[in-house]
Design a protein. Structure first.
Length: 150
C-alpha cells in the first residue's frame, strides 16, 4: 500500500517538475521572438513523463502492461539492439526538438508568438492542476493521520 502511495506521489512530483521545465522552454521561446535565426523548441510532455516515471501511470502501475519485461517484451541479444524503452534515461534537454509547422520569418526566426503564448497558458493551467493534486493528496494524508489520534 505504501509503495502505491509513494509511486503516486512520485508520479505527481515528476509531472510538476516537467511542467516547470516546459515553462522554462516556452519562456525561452517567447523571450527570443525577435532574435534572428532563433528556432523555437519544445519537448513531448507525455514521452518525457513516461521516461521520467519508468512508464508508470499515476497510480504506480505500468502504463502499458503488455510492454514490460514479461511476455511480448523486446529481446535484446546485442548491446546495439533497440531496447524499446524509447526516451528512457534522456533528460528534457536531450528531448528538445525544433517545433514543426512554424514558418521561419525573413530573419530566420521560427517563433510563432501566438502559439507560444497559448502553449504557455495551457501549461500554466496544467502546472497549477498538478500542484493542486499534490496538495490534495498531502491534505488527505494529514487528515488520515490526524483522525487516528482522536
Amino acid at each position: 500500500m505504501l509503495d502505491k502511495l509513494t509511486d503516486a506521489m512520485q508520479f505527481s512530483a515528476e509531472a510538476l517538475k516537467l511542467r516547470a521545465r516546459r515553462q522554462e522552454v516556452l519562456t525561452s521561446n517567447i523571450s527570443n521572438v525577435d532574435t534572428p535565426n532563433y528556432k523555437a523548441v519544445d519537448f513531448d510532455f507525455k514521452s518525457a513523463l513516461k521516461a521520467a516515471t519508468g512508464d508508470k501511470g499515476s497510480m504506480g502501475a505500468p502504463a502499458n502492461p503488455g510492454l514490460g519485461n514479461g511476455a511480448g517484451a523486446l529481446a535484446v541479444t546485442h548491446q546495439g539492439h533497440i531496447t524499446g524503452k524509447g526516451n528512457a534515461g534522456m533528460t528534457t534537454s536531450e528531448m528538445l526538438q525544433f517545433r514543426r509547422g512554424n514558418n521561419a520569418a525573413i530573419d530566420g526566426n521560427s517563433v510563432d508568438i501566438d502559439r507560444e503564448r497559448a502553449a504557455f497558458a495551457e501549461n500554466t493551467v496544467k502546472y497549477e492542476a498538478a500542484l493542486r493534486t499534490i496538495n490534495g493528496r498531502i491534505s488527505s494524508l494529514k487528515q488520515a493521520m490526524g483522525s487516528g489520534n482522536q
